[in-house]
Design a protein around this ligand. Structure first.
Ligand code: FAD
Length: 511
């Protein structure tokens, strides 16, 4: 057999990022910080190509708390970031009408109080209060109590108390965030090329990408190509034909319309997701406007009707006509193929119900940096990257499917389909274990943690039939007293916090 010619090993000489949306600039910033513009042996040239004719997707405004680790790793100034991206704080998501019409619950960031004897606080709460109610378990989540009262201060890193056990993320203007990161990356040596890629050159034999050619004839060579070309998936699908796992039978929404509207008071520190008859609507509060969108399934409603539902349910004056978007839920069979790594929408899409796309971008970049290849672009590194991304995508997918599956809504064909649809085996197992014994069995370290699963199970009305027998170690009366004290401590702490809008004005506005 003829031996394939491989390039020499040794550090990469040039990385080419294809696309300048959120994914492209989120990739460029840490690569510029680590590898760009320096004269150390590992430094290399980083070039980002973006097309003025092909715009960005222009949505993607809500995040998860890990965005702070990404920002911190770049050493971004928090106040400057909040100012430049018109950001607000996010303590979680309020869900309305999901389990049934009139159902309302909150998925807050953080715990329901500290664990007791190695068991979660909320599992003890369930034992003593059960389905019958009494004190609401959401009163034990500091993030939820803060959110519903529009309060915000960051947790105090020096204080270890039950009422301090919350986390937060941001809402921001995606276009402004990309521009902010562009300035950061270019200041660290990343070069930007404007133009539309019309041709891709491949190495004979192994089909590795060697260069992209722009419409004006410019040719950009590279050793590693990061495909951030959005839904077009220019390299990973257009060239590598990596294939796609289609998950639309589990997540049938395939369309969205998005529209900004004028900001109203108060500036809420949370996203709202309201179920509609063939999908759901988001509301994301920013400093300068409110972002809104309707995610829906085109098989169960028309674009026209979906647009009307969206526009009827804005709480401020619309600032534009709704923008139409289409997608197919799923993920690329291989996000890393040969010397092409897809990050962002080119790697797959899960609807924005839990704001996971930017998280997947961050994790994609983090893993690429951990597994950074040399010029040979070892297939084993690619296999490891693909293994980790697949595991994470599937775990997030199951968490999102759960929102639909547990509904008892039967007021539309869409919801009847969701309630009856078959679901992935792991998710069936996860639901059944919680239903029978109150345990959350499957926890992926890169996906949602136990309190998130519990928020969804209880919020959607799935209460455990039995409890962990070890919970009985603690006397019920003692526990009731403990929870009453915890609730009072959280309420008192939140009472002393400033209003969310006032906090932003005081701490993040121009000096
Ligand atoms: P894009 O923004 O589409 O950028 C693609 C880039 O590739 C552009 O710069 C374009 O010019 C370039 N390009 C394409 N073809 C060529 C070519 N031939 N030559 C040169 N350049 C080219 N995520 C969240 O985390 N939170 C949310 O709340 C959220 N809401 C969403 C709502 C909806 C309806 C949708 C569809 C997505 C949402 N997302 C959300 C996902 C989020 O918007 C994306 O993950 C994020 O914007 C990244 O997009 P991207 O950079 O991959 O692609």
């Amino acid at each position: 057999m003829e031996k394939q010619r491989m390039p020499d090993g040794g550090p990469l000489r040039r990385i080419v990022i294809v696309g300048g949306g959120t994914a492209g600039w989120m990739a460029a910033a840490p690569l510029g910080q680590l590898l760009g513009g320096g004269d150390h042996a590992a430094s290399c040239e980083i070039v980002l190509v973006e097309s003025p004719e092909i715009g960005t997707v222009g949505v993607g405004e809500a995040t998860l708390p890990t965005i702070r680790y990404y920002n911190n790793s770049l050493k971004l100034d928090n106040a400057e970031f909040i100012r430049k991206t018109q950001a607000s704080f996010k303590l979680g998501i309020e869900f309305k009408d999901w389990g049934h019409l009139g159902n309302r619950f909150f998925h807050g960031f953080g715990e329901f109080g500290p664990s007791i004897l190695n068991r979660s606080s909320v599992s003890h709460w369930l034992r003593v209060h059960g389905q019958a109610g009494g004190m609401g378990y959401e009163d034990l989540s500091t993030a939820t109590v803060m959110a519903l009262r529009n309060r915000f201060v960051p947790p105090d890193g020096d204080v270890a108390s039950a009422a301090n056990a919350y986390s937060f993320a941001f809402h921001f203007d995606a276009g402004l965030y990309a521009a902010f990161l562009r300035d950061y990356a270019m200041a660290r040596g990343v070069k930007r090329e404007e133009g539309t890629i019309v041709d891709v050159s491949l190495r004979p034999g192994d089909g590795f990408v060697t260069a992209v050619t722009l419409a004006d004839g410019r040719r950009i060579e590279g050793d590693l190509f990061i495909d951030c070309s959005g839904f077009r998936a220019l390299l990973i699908e257009g060239v590598c034909k990596a294939g796609y796992h289609d998950w639309s039978h589990w997540l049938p929404c395939d369309s969205a319309q998005a529209v900004p509207c004028a900001r109203v008071e108060p500036l809420t520190p949370y996203t709202t997701s309201t179920a509609r008859s063939a999908g759901w609507q988001w509301r994301i509060p920013l400093q300068h406007r409110t972002g809104n969108g309707h995610v829906y399934c085109s098989g169960y409603t028309s674009d026209e009707e979906a647009g009307q539902v969206l526009m009827r349910n804005l709480d401020g004056a619309a600032q534009a006509d709704p923008r139409q978007l289409r997608f197919k839920t799923g993920m690329r069979r291989k996000a890393w193929d040969r010397n092409v790594v897809a990050i962002g929408l080119s790697s797959g899409f899960l609807e924005p119900l839990e704001s996971t796309s930017i998280q997947l971008i961050m994790d994609g970049i983090g893993r690429l940096i951990e597994l950074l290849p040399d010029r040979r672009c070892d297939a084993q590194l690619a296999a490891e990257y693909n293994r980790r991304m697949t595991r994470q995508y599937e775990s997030i997918r199951d968490f999102i499917v759960l929102h639909y599956k547990l509904t008892t809504r039967d007021d539309s064909e869409f919801w009847r389909y969701c309630a009856a649809m078959p679901i992935p085996d792991d998710l069936t197992h996860q639901i059944e274990i919680f239903r029978r014994s109150g345990r959350v069995a499957i926890l992926d370290p890169d996906s949602f943690a136990e309190p998130s699963w519990v928020s969804l199970f209880l919020g959607l009305g799935l209460w455990p039939e039995r409890h962990d027998p070890l919970l009985a170690q603690i006397d019920e009366q003692v526990l009731r007293g403990h929870f009453a004290q915890l609730r009072t401590a959280i309420a008192k702490t939140v009472d002393a916090m400033p209003d969310h809008g006032a906090f932003i004005n005081r701490h993040a506005k121009a000096p």
